[in-house]
Design a protein around this ligand. Structure first.
Ligand code: PPS
Length: 577
């Protein structure tokens, strides 16, 4: 570990933007007459840090000159180092109504007034340039670039803020400290040197060891400062993480460490984000920040290329640490050395020719899903117990079996057969969302246009995702002719449990021959228009988990094939549901 120390205890000037007293009452009153903008979840995170001083020295959302400077060379117009554009993005119709000097009420999604914005510049940014310069890529495999291109409004509104109140939180009150409260706590405890640990993942023994070492190294204390605003999609939810951190905290020597939650919306911007993290931590009164391998990196692009080099973030932050006025504690990956029953940096273990072990986040998830024992050297029993509560083994998770295929392919019959087989086994509740039946309630009134079919299929997906989240079994059997809808459902459901797509691959001729409902005859006669397979498309799945052949196998055999898959894949345990 190498440290660079430039100590200025308890941060620099704090730029809090919250009004008080009569000014607050007057602003509240006046805001009744201003137009409103409802902030997005990410903007709410940003405004919290603007108002509470976490983003000092910013006094609002960036105006154009500041934005250009930040994008081009990481500096505000006055030359101050600032690496990430903090902008208020809005759709064109909102932007068109705004001009310099206008005042706007900024509200959360429930209508709560958070701040008044005095508009400065309104402009259409060059998003390609922003992505390229700030994140070093225009690939939407990068979450912040995907957000910028697909979700952010096309215009930015800059301006200064007068804060009315901070966004409301109903959770973990005792752990949510503002920069001012954090500084006050350090002062009260007499902690002059505090190293912050940034994290968006659960912490285990390796993290405990390295943070302990970092505090020792600076001769000070530790702030565990996890991000609970927005992190990388797919991360472990912060409620679980915070319960884990609380348990871990008990393992530090008395009085060495504390924890506070940071409502930051991460951009996963690697090197630039590391510099941002340093500024924020300094505002929170920390004197040092731990910066590790691939700090705030989004991992790899879709083609497997990493977005940033593993030590790019360390390099950039070290280059600027003097100007930032915060020390940097860099660390290498910590690994477990069984022969010494201890943790040490990987390069030390290698240099000494020692065998070592480690478990990656992905491996840990797999071990939890398989119900495997987590070794004691890796984590603490209380932390593992918390993780197991929200990440039960596969056979305790919910799942969705999504049948797709032409009308008359046999979806409903097989799904029904599977349902009774699951009910026979018992254990978990089973819901069948059959195409025909769903159209009598959930999707009543929808027709068979492309839009209506999408709505229907995605409604089914939404209900299935809720069932899966609550650890039940959802069996769905619509035609679901479009790949995009099936993919959307898969993405949604996989967040909560299993998604198994079953392509009931019955050829059109066979479906037409069966024609149980006489609909193919009507479609051929032109009585029904837009019938799937006749004059409406069916996009056959290419990535289904199971493909069923109903010509050579009866419904029961097909249901057994699915059941067998569910057991093999671990969703069902032999002998129980
Ligand atoms: S979709 O495309 O997924 O929304 O279709 P779905 O909700 O499964 O409804 C299919 C059932 O509706 C009957 N039906 C039609 N199917 C396809 N195309 C057209 N135009 C159509 N009109 C009515 C048909 O009976 C389907 O039932 P299944 O059980 O699939 O045979």
């Amino acid at each position: 570990m190498k440290t660079v120390s430039l100590i200025e205890p308890h941060g620099g000037e704090l730029c809090e933007l919250l009004l008080t007293g009569e000014a607050l009452d007057a602003a509240r009153e006046a805001a009744l007459h201003y137009p409103s903008i409802t902030l997005t979840p990410r903007q709410i995170c940003d405004i919290e840090l603007l108002l509470n001083g976490g983003f000092s020295p910013l006094r609002g959302f960036l105006n154009r000159a500041d934005y250009d400077g930040v994008v081009e060379n990481m500096r505000l117009a006055d030359g101050t180092l600032w690496p990430i554009p903090v902008t208020l993005d809005v759709p064109e119709e909102t932007a068109k109504k705004l001009g310099e000097g206008d005042r706007v009420a900024l509200r959360d999604q429930t209508g709560l007034l958070l701040a008044v914005l005095t508009v400065g510049d309104v402009w259409r940014p060059d998003k390609q340039r922003e992505a390229e310069k700030v994140f070093g890529t225009t690939s939407t495999g990068h979450p912040a670039v995907a957000y910028l291109f697909d979700e952010a409004g096309d215009y930015y509104v800059g301006g200064t803020l007068e804060g009315i109140q901070l966004p409301r939180h109903y959770d973990f009150h005792d752990l949510r400290r503002t920069p001012r409260q954090m500084r006050a706590l350090f002062e009260e405890k007499g902690w002059d040197r505090v190293v912050a640990f940034q994290t968006r993942n659960p912490m285990h023994r390796a993290h405990k060891e390295l943070t302990d070492r970092a505090a020792e190294e600076i001769g000070g204390h530790l702030l565990i400062h996890p991000v609970v605003g927005m992190t990388k999609p797919g991360d472990i939810d912060y409620y679980t993480r915070v319960r884990c951190y609380r348990e871990l905290l008990k393992y530090y020597p008395e009085g060495r460490a504390t924890i506070s939650l940071l409502p930051l919306a991460m951009r996963m911007g690697g090197p630039r984000e590391a510099v941002w993290h340093a500024i924020i931590r300094k505002n929170y009164g920390c004197t040092h920040l731990i910066v590790g391998r691939d700090h705030a990196g989004p991992g790899k692009d879709r083609d497997g290329t990493p977005f940033y080099g593993p030590y790019d973030a360390q390099e950039l932050i070290l280059k600027h640490s003097e100007e930032l006025g915060i020390g940097v504690v860099d660390f290498k990956l910590m690994v477990y050395v069984p022969s010494k029953d201890t943790y040490m940096p990987i390069d030390e273990a290698k240099a000494q020719g020692l065998a070592f072990e480690m478990i990656s986040g992905t491996q840990l998830r797999r071990m939890l899903a398989d119900g495997d024992e987590i070794p004691a050297w890796f984590s603490y029993p209380e932390v593992v117990a918390e993780l197991r509560k929200t990440h039960p083994p596969k056979h305790r998770q919910g799942f969705t079996v999504f049948f797709t295929g032409l009308s008359g392919s046999g979806k409903s019959t097989i799904a029904n057969a599977l349902m009774v087989k699951l009910l026979e086994r018992g254990g978990r509740p089973v819901t069948l969302l059959d195409g025909d039946v769903v159209r009598t309630h959930l999707s009543k009134g929808l027709g068979f246009s492309k839009e209506d079919r999408s709505t229907n299929v995605q409604r089914i997906g939404f209900v299935a995702s809720e069932i899966t989240k609550h650890r039940g079994i959802a069996l769905c059997a619509p035609i679901a002719p479009y790949e995009a809808d099936r993919r959307a459902n898969r993405n949604l459901i996989e967040q909560y449990g299993g998604y198994i797509e079953v392509f009931v691959d019955t050829p059109l001729e066979e479906c037409e021959k069966r024609d149980v409902k006489g609909l193919y005859a009507k479609a051929r006669a032109g009585i029904i228009k837009g019938f799937t397979g006749i004059d409406d498309p069916y996009e056959a799945p290419t990535d289904a988990e199971i493909v069923l052949d109903t010509v050579n196998n009866d419904a029961e055999a097909c249901a057994d094939q699915v059941l067998h898959y569910l057991i093999e894949a671990g969703y069902l345990k032999d002998g129980e549901a």
